[in-house]
Ligand binder design. Structure first.
Ligand code: SAM
Length: 270
């Protein structure tokens, strides 16, 4: 069964997830790394914070006990996943005020959430509180778009493209516009140094980190994103996941240390 093959209320999306799994191109490329860093065990109590539609919670619950929380949850998905995976529970809650006792979880997953929230330090402090001593946090955050930033570096090219498609003409204004479209109130993206400082300030020790998707995955993902943006197509169409296998294989074969997002595995020092 493909990773994240949960049924969906939307029949077209359901067909895609049954055949190809999690219908997000970037998450589909990141999932193997998230799972590798989590090293799930049967005895683990896991929190999937900002779980959204619950694809990771569904897969996590095949091995461990999982709580999934978000400020928005889809009733159909919650009912479907909890019926399929008895190890899973969902709860509405804000990441800055989690309804759990101190030291509740062995592992916490924060997939593409930190950049959405203005009070990022508060989120990490709250995670530290509910995470057991020496517990593991695995999180992904966007860094800089490697392909789109190169287009924006070429002033002549971007002047032509921005006039034809009526899109922002600087990288900064493009990112601001994207943040608005994604409903993000947070930083949007981080440099490696910013993440490391944040982790040091909140008491986490870094164990591993990687660019995921890698270079080829990022180029394909960003190209699709940029074209969708120019042509006013849905930015995150589930159909885009059909492009996933080729960059995934290329990134496995040819290692280039660059990518548009980071995945970090860190440990609660306390
Ligand atoms: C980009 S989505 C990522 C969802 C999912 N983790 C994934 O990997 O696909 C960000 C999620 O963060 C959630 N979110 C935003 N602000 C939040 C907050 N203050 N507390 C909890 N979740 C939040 C959003 O509702 C959304 O589902």
């Amino acid at each position: 069964m493909p990773f994240g093959n949960i049924k969906s209320r939307n029949p077209i999306k359901s067909v895609i997830t049954q055949i190809l799994g999690w219908p997000s191109l970037i998450r589909r490329m990141q999932a193997p790394y998230l799972m590798k860093y989590l090293v799930l065990k049967k005895s683990d109590n896991v929190l999937d914070l900002g779980s959204s539609e619950g694809y990771m919670a569904y897969e996590t619950a095949k091995i461990s006990k999982v709580f999934a929380t978000d400020i928005f949850l889809l009733k159909y998905n919650v009912n479907y996943i909890t019926a399929q995976q008895k190890n899973s529970r969902f709860m509405l809650s804000d990441a800055t005020k989690l309804p759990f006792k101190d030291n509740s979880f062995d592992k916490i997953l924060l997939s593409s959430v930190l950049q959405m929230i203005e009070k990022d330090k508060e989120v990490l402090s709250e995670i530290k509180r509910v995470l057991k001593s020496k517990g593991v946090l695995v999180f992904s955050v966007p860094t800089k778009y490697i392909f789109i930033s190169r287009i924006y570096n070429n002033k002549i090219l971007i002047n032509i493209i921005s006039k034809i498609f009526r899109i922002p003409n600087t990288y900064g204004s493009f990112i601001k516009d994207m943040k608005g479209k994604c409903g993000s109130y947070g930083k949007g993206n981080y440099t490696e140094g910013e993440i490391k400082n944040l982790l040091q300030d909140t008491g986490f020790g870094i164990e591993e980190h990687i660019h995921a998707p890698g270079f080829f995955g990022s180029v394909v993902y960003e190209l699709i994103l940029f074209l969708s943006y120019c042509f006013r197509l849905p930015l995150f169409n589930p159909f885009y996941v059909i492009f996933y296998p080729v960059p995934y294989v290329l990134d496995k074969l040819i290692k280039i240390n660059a990518g548009c997002e980071f995945i970090f595995k860190v440990r609660n020092k306390a």
